[in-house]
Design a protein around this ligand. Structure first.
Ligand SMILES: [Zn+2]
Ligand SMILES: [Zn+2]
Length: 279
């Protein structure tokens, strides 16, 4: 039976990354005995292929990122996402948890900020389409902040559903690009209700072949994007989307870590999420 893949690289636990700091310092040890059980496999995040990066970012911009100290973390984060999605579509993995540092939802073709300097989702989707593995992709973003970089790649792409929980409300005319404002102090239950209404309902109609989830925990109480959510909210969210993926796209679900700097929260929720994914 296909396993749950965890994509990680030792350098992710060894440095103080932009914005998120050293929250992965306790990994992969934080997974404990989970990695000894047969249905979860820890894989080393490979570097993303150069051609895929060039397809999504401009030459000059890439040159700058390549010269930065966080390049290796960024390029392996993207590589982990690309490989995870490909293996899931090929049926070699059931689903995946991908660690990301210095890469993610604020990176666009020529620009990156907020701790993310390469796009994870654009090269991943490009690769799936290029290889004929999938065309329709749903991207859920539950980081605290607006996924401006992700949106910039897909805003005219009707085969990508992008639902982003952030600070504003928006629905594009074709309904494939959506933002949902999350007020400070929202209850866990109310957030999950919004996920059902704004993402799950749309995804059922959209019928993606895979779900990519930009999974920030900066919304957790005491973290830098605090929306008042409790630590136990995050595994519940992962369970919901895993159930949805099983209902609509054969369980194909990739959790990509995003914002949040609290190490204790990361060590609490990601092992729990891995447990949910493999179950
Ligand atoms: Zn954020
Ligand atoms: Zn947004």
């Amino acid at each position: 039976m296909a396993k749950t893949g965890i994509f990680f690289h030792p350098i992710m636990g060894q440095r103080n990354w932009p914005v998120i700091g050293n929250k992965y310092q306790g990994f992969p040890e934080a997974f404990g005995d989970l990695l000894k059980e047969g249905d979860v496999v820890l894989l080393e995040s490979p570097e993303a292929p150069q051609g895929l990066l060039e397809a999504c970012h401009s030459e000059d911009y890439l040159k700058g990122v390549k010269a930065s100290w966080y390049w290796e973390g960024a390029v392996r984060s993207v590589g982990g996402c690309v490989r995870a999605a490909e293996e899931v579509l090929r049926g070699n993995l059931k689903n995946a948890l991908v660690f990301a540092v210095a890469a993610g939802h604020h990176a666009s073709r020529d620009f990156g900020w907020g701790g993310t300097y390469l796009s994870c989702s654009a090269p991943t989707v490009h690769n799936l389409r290029q290889k004929g593995l999938a065309q329709r992709v749903a991207i859920l973003d539950t980081d605290c902040h607006h996924g401006d970089g992700t949106r910039s790649f897909f805003h005219q792409d009707r085969d990508t559903l992008h639902v982003c929980f952030c600070h504003m409300d928006y629905v594009s005319p074709d309904g494939t690009k959506v933002d949902v404002a999350i007020p400070y102090g929202i209850k866990d239950e109310d957030y999950l209700g919004k996920v059902e209404e704004e993402f799950c309902r749309r995804a059922r109609e959209f019928r993606p072949e895979i779900i990519l989830h930009n999974f920030g925990h900066d919304t957790c109480v005491g973290d830098y994007g605090d929306r008042g959510l409790s630590p136990s909210f995050f595994p519940r969210l992962a369970q919901r989307i895993k159930d949805l993926a099983e209902e609509i796209c054969s369980g194909r679900y990739i959790v990509i870590t995003h914002g949040g700097a609290r190490r204790d929260i990361a060590e609490e929720i990601f092992p729990e999420i891995a447990r949910i994914l493999r179950s």
